[in-house]
Design a binder for this molecule. Structure first.
Ligand code: NDP
Length: 246
């Protein structure tokens, strides 16, 4: 049985730029009804407008993934708009890289709140909907940093290691009709480096990845691949790096 993306209701957190925006646009092109969430509603309005102008179906809602109630309302909004929810994509994330001994403790908290608690809030919001109909799919966007740590990425990697653990555990706990997919991008074009507050580290990060970044659409295609598989095929994990990143 070939499950098409056509007609699926897909909610995406962090859809106001970068990878989330690319996922929303790509899946809408393939016929999904996409529900976009993020804090920058001006961006969401523009992106949704562009999708609709191309004949796609899209709605948006203001969303802060650190607020559990807000994420629950976001999932409910998707079902109200389109009658059901088929895929929930936990994509929102921050990457304020820094050395531990710079003690950017507020940024550690932000990363844990968005990258880890945000994902748990997404699961708490969508899983009851999926369990009620015994079908659904989570796509959790981690990073190659979900299995690799380097200087300045300690806390960021810790949050992504956590999301990998959460995804693996979730897959084993839920019904076989609920799929859990992890997509781990390498260096990808987006606004992510903007979250680095240390000007020198931000410069280094941008310099390091100036050449051969993946277009965000490459990650969107990986997400589409996982969604379009037959219902009894669970693509557990996809890792995508630009060829220049080893
Ligand atoms: P962007 O900075 O372009 O996008 C991040 C998105 O997260 C934005 O839409 C932002 O929206 C949203 N976001 C941040 N905080 C919140 C919040 N509290 N509530 C809701 N949404 C929030 O970067 P990317 O597209 O690169 O990031 C997407 C994901 O990809 C992240 O999880 C990131 O860790 C991961 N990733 C990216 C890589 C890369 O090289 N680009 C590599 C590996 C992983 P807003 O500010 O409007 O709320």
């Amino acid at each position: 049985e070939q499950i098409k993306i056509q007609g699926k209701v897909v909610a995406i957190t962090g859809a106001s730029s970068g990878i989330g925006e690319a996922i929303a646009k790509h899946l809408a092109k393939l016929g999904a009804k996409v529900v976009l969430g993020a804090r920058r509603t001006d961006n969401l309005k523009t992106i949704t407008g562009a999708i609709i102008a191309q004949g796609g179906q899209a709605v948006y809602k203001s969303l802060d993934v650190t607020d559990q109630q807000d994420v629950a309302s976001f999932a409910k909004f998707a079902t109200e708009q389109y009658g059901t929810l088929d895929v929930f994509i936990n994509n929102a994330g921050l990457m304020p890289l820094s050395m531990i001994n710079a003690y950017k403790i507020k940024e550690w908290h932000q990363m844990i709140d968005v990258n880890v608690k945000g994902v748990l809030h997404g699961i708490a919001a969508a899983l009851p909907i999926f369990e009620a109909k015994d079908s659904g799919q989570f796509v959790n966007i981690t990073s190659v940093g979900d299995r690799w740590v380097g200087p300045t990425s300690t806390v960021y990697s810790a949050t992504k290691f956590a999301v990998r653990a959460i995804s693996d555990g979730l897959r084993q706990e839920v019904s076989e009709n609920i799929r859990v997919t992890l997509v781990a991008p390498g260096a990808t074009q987006s606004e992510l480096a903007e979250t680095i507050s240390d000007p020198e580290l931000k410069k280094q990060a941008i310099e390091k990845f100036r050449i051969n970044l993946l277009p965000a659409e490459a990650i969107a295609r990986a997400v589409a691949y996982a969604i379009e598989q037959p219902a009894d095929v669970d693509v557990n994990e996809i890792v995508v790096r630009p060829t220049a990143q080893k």
